[in-house]
Design a protein around this ligand. Sequence first.
Ligand SMILES: NC(=O)c1ccc[n+]([C@@H]2O[C@H](COP(=O)([O-])OP(=O)(O)OC[C@H]3O[C@@H](n4cnc5c(N)ncnc54)[C@H](OP(=O)(O)O)[C@@H]3O)[C@@H](O)[C@H]2O)c1
Length: 301
Amino acid sequence: MRKIIVIAGATGNLGGKIVQALLAKEAEVRAIVRYSTDIKKIKNLEEKGVKVFPLDTNNKLEIAKHCIGAHCFISALAGLRETIVDSQKIFLDAAIEANVPRFIPSDYSIDFTNLREGQNRNLDWRREFHTYLQNMPIKVTTIFNGPFMDLLVTDMPLVLFKQERILCWGNPNQRIEFTSTFNIAEFTAEAALEDNTPRYLRIAGDTLTCNDFVKLLTEITSNSYKLFRPGGIGLLNFLIQVTRILSPAKDELYPAWQGMQYMRDMMEGRIIFQKYDNDRYSNIQWTSVKDFLIHEQVDQK
Ligand SMILES: NC(=O)c1ccc[n+]([C@@H]2O[C@H](COP(=O)([O-])OP(=O)(O)OC[C@H]3O[C@@H](n4cnc5c(N)ncnc54)[C@H](OP(=O)(O)O)[C@@H]3O)[C@@H](O)[C@H]2O)c1
């Protein structure tokens, strides 16, 4: 029998890829969306064979009705505290109400179990949600995947393509883990469909230091990349504080200082995984940073 997986956040970037991966594994996919969700995005999901349920996402019993018989509830929501804490609580409570055996929260991040409270705002909300779900009568699986590899060519100021520099704070030999969203989606689909998934799963498509990036970018672009190291972690911490005071932008999901908090956490080394679960599902081909950057044609940037 096809396993039923319910997902919230199916219209998003990662959520959409998780849906694709679930359909490829022949799961029955049900998406819970808001009344305000873009109709084009709903149609797009329906054309793929997803059963979409627009509803009042504050109504636990409404959500629960569509979760009956499901094997797992996946959250791929993105948002501020009211989404990550308040909305996810309602989705979790609905999954419990419908006797869904497992919930995957919208973590998909660096491993925040080692971070201190106050160190990273967006991850503090996830830690707060974890406190809530701790003693709930449902199994939970968190997937830690490090930074999205995809961000290397979009929002993450690590490879400075125009300047041919690698921006590094602190130790240029600090390892950083990256995973492509495609691989995260495949892995999440597998974890959702499995029966005995553990509480935490940690994956990394590739691991590189800033010095490795200098060599790699020099190799694939034939330009002479160099390290740009404005200072250590202490200076970055100071800059985060100053930026937060001057430009708080509290209502933005990724204000500049929040991006800097992610960067600091990546480069500080506190989040590095001790053990990887990459081999748990043998069919996943992990994308390396090199293959990803070549695919993105960074030699032409
Ligand atoms: N590790 C990393 O480097 C990294 C990078 C980026 C993201 N992430 C994480 O990956 C996860 C997914 O992020 P994403 O970038 O794929 O998200 P996204 O593209 O912004 O999509 C967000 C999804 O959440 C839905 N949503 C937001 N608030 C909601 C609410 N209150 N109730 C119901 N649905 C709601 C949206 O639905 P509508 O269509 O209705 O708006 C949309 O489907 C998040 O946990 C995010 O923090 C990690």
